[in-house]
Design a protein around this ligand. Structure first.
Ligand SMILES: C[S@@+](CC[C@H](N)C(=O)[O-])C[C@H]1O[C@@H](n2cnc3c(N)ncnc32)[C@H](O)[C@@H]1O
Length: 208
C-alpha cells in the first residue's frame, strides 16, 4: 500500500507512468483517459458546478474542469501531488487530508453538484469505502452525483479473471470495487449505475 511519502515520490513521474501503461491497454490503467472523459462529460452537462475531487493527484481531471469554469475543492494526502495540482489550479481549495480519517470538519456544511474520485478509493477497504460513501451522500445536492472512476469490476468473478490474467503485476494491497457488492452494501437505497470502460476500469455513478 502506497503511503503519502510513496505518492510524493511518484508525483513527478505519475502522468507519464499512467500514459505508458494506458497506451498498452494494460492493468491497472487501461481506459484511464476514457474513464476521466466519461466523468468530464457528465459534469459538463451542468454549468459552473461545485465539485469535490477526492485524491485529485496531479489534477488531470480537476484541472480540465477548473479550466471550464467549475469550482474545485479537493482532498489529497500527498503534499507533492498538492503542489503540482496547485500550480495548475491556483484558485482551487486543495486540502491536505487523509481520507482514511473520514472527512475534514470544514466539509460538513458544504454541498456539491458532483463528488468525483478517480483511482484513489481502491486504497480503502470495502468497508471503509462504504463508510466514506455514506458520509459523502449528504454532501451532494438533490440532483448531485458521486462519480467514481477506478479499477473496478461488475462482479467478483470478473475481478478474479483479471487477477489471473495479470498475476505477475497484480497489486494485492489494493481493494478494487466490485459493483454488485457495493450496490448491495448501499442496500439498494441509492440509485447506482455501472459503466464498464476497459477490461479493468469503469465508472460507478451514485445518486440519491
Ligand atoms: C493513483 S493517484 C490518482 C490521481 C488522480 N485522481 C488520477 O486519476 O490520476 C491516487 C491519489 O490519491 C491520493 N491518496 C491515496 N490515498 C489517500 C488517502 N488515504 N487520503 C488522501 N489521499 C489519498 C494520492 O496521494 C494520489 O494523489
Amino acid at each position: 500500500m502506497l503511503t503519502k511519502q510513496g505518492f510524493d515520490l511518484w508525483a513527478d513521474d505519475y502522468d507519464q507512468h499512467v500514459h505508458d501503461i494506458e497506451k498498452n491497454n494494460q492493468y491497472p490503467f487501461a481506459g484511464y483517459k476514457e474513464i476521466l472523459n466519461t466523468i468530464f462529460n457528465v459534469i459538463m452537462q451542468k454549468k459552473d458546478s461545485k465539485i469535490l475531487d477526492i485524491g485529485f493527484g496531479t489534477g488531470v481531471l480537476a484541472h480540465k474542469l477548473y479550466e471550464h469554469g467549475h469550482r474545485i475543492d479537493g482532498l489529497d494526502f500527498s503534499p507533492k501531488m498538492i503542489s503540482i495540482a496547485k500550480t495548475k489550479m491556483p484558485d482551487a481549495n486543495l486540502v491536505e487530508w487523509d481520507i482514511s480519517n473520514g472527512l475534514p470538519a470544514e466539509l460538513e456544511e458544504k454541498k456539491y453538484d458532483f463528488i468525483i474520485s478517480t483511482y484513489t478509493l481502491h486504497h480503502l477497504t470495502d468497508k471503509e469505502k462504504i463508510t466514506l460513501i455514506l458520509k459523502l451522500l449528504p454532501l451532494i445536492e438533490e440532483n448531485g452525483k458521486i462519480l467514481i472512476g477506478d479499477i473496478s469490476f461488475e462482479t467478483r468473478e470478473k475481478l478474479e479473471i483479471c487477477k489471473r490474467e495479470n498475476a505477475s503485476r497484480w497489486d494485492s494491497d489494493e481493494f478494487y470495487f466490485v459493483y454488485e457488492e457495493i450496490k448491495s452494501s448501499l442496500k439498494n437505497e441509492y440509485s447506482c449505475e455501472f459503466h464498464q470502460i476497459s477490461h479493468c476500469g469503469s465508472v460507478i455513478m451514485i445518486s440519491k
